[in-house]
Design a protein around this ligand. Structure first.
Ligand SMILES: CC(C)(COP(=O)(O)OP(=O)(O)OC[C@H]1O[C@@H](n2cnc3c(N)ncnc32)[C@H](O)[C@@H]1OP(=O)(O)O)[C@@H](O)C(=O)NCCC(=O)NCCS
Length: 182
């Protein structure tokens, strides 16, 4: 098992699967974190279009109910959301040469919890869930300009294997595709 310094310290959060009761809080959390992270690098209109298409209680409710998607929440001592991860098996770009691909679809940690080990704890849970799905590799797309996230993923053993386009609103952006063996 991949151990790191953070995982040897007391766990700051508890990881659990999302239920439909979490849909509204997850939608608010995801939209807010996306906005806080990316608003400065995108137009107001592209942000508005993206937020409307990706975040909303009904959208997250459908994702939570989807058997193909694993939604894992990191919750603080009061039950508040500190972060979440979503995994989805199936489709992968050609640069991901694996028979049973699982994508780390979304991976967000709230600002006050960044740099606190929560991302490591959540990633360990995500990797474990991907193994349960039969995956031997985990892959993800990360914006070429999101250097903090890339640094974190490299720490977790991911390496760049290619690129893909991710459209934010009307803006086709280049994502690095990263992969790690499990
Ligand atoms: C990406 C994310 C999950 C990483 O979690 P985290 O707790 O911030 O990660 P860590 O602090 O352990 O690691 C980040 C590393 O990047 C470094 N870093 C911080 N800012 C950086 C920058 N602007 N450029 C490069 N590296 C940076 C940190 O120093 C740290 O490295 P270190 O441990 O060697 O010092 C979290 O920052 C996050 O949720 N961000 C907002 C949403 C997001 O971008 N999600 C990913 C979408 S693909």
């Amino acid at each position: 098992m991949n151990r790191n310094v953070a995982s040897q310290e007391p766990a700051p959060v508890a990881i659990r699967r999302a239920t439909v009761d979490d849909a509204a809080a997850l939608a608010e959390f995801g939209a807010r974190t996306f906005f806080e992270t990316f608003a400065k690098d995108n137009t107001v209109e592209d942000m508005r279009l993206h937020l409307a298409s990706a975040w909303g209680a009904e959208l997250q409710r459908a994702e939570i109910l989807d058997d193909e998607i694993d939604t894992l929440l990191a919750c603080d001592a009061k039950g508040g959301l500190a972060g979440f991860a979503q995994l989805r098996p199936g489709h992968a770009p050609a640069c991901v040469a694996t028979v049973q691909p699982v994508e780390l679809l979304r991976f967000y940690v709230d600002k006050p919890w960044q740099g606190q080990g929560v991302a490591h704890q959540l990633m360990e849970a995500a990797e474990s869930q991907a193994r349960t799905r039969g995956a031997r590799e985990l892959w993800l797309g990360v914006w070429e300009r999101n250097e903090r996230a890339q640094a974190f993923y490299r720490k977790r053993g991911f390496r760049k294997v290619g690129t893909q386009i991710f459209v934010v609103g009307t803006d086709p952006q280049t994502d690095h595709v990263m992969l790690r063996e499990l």
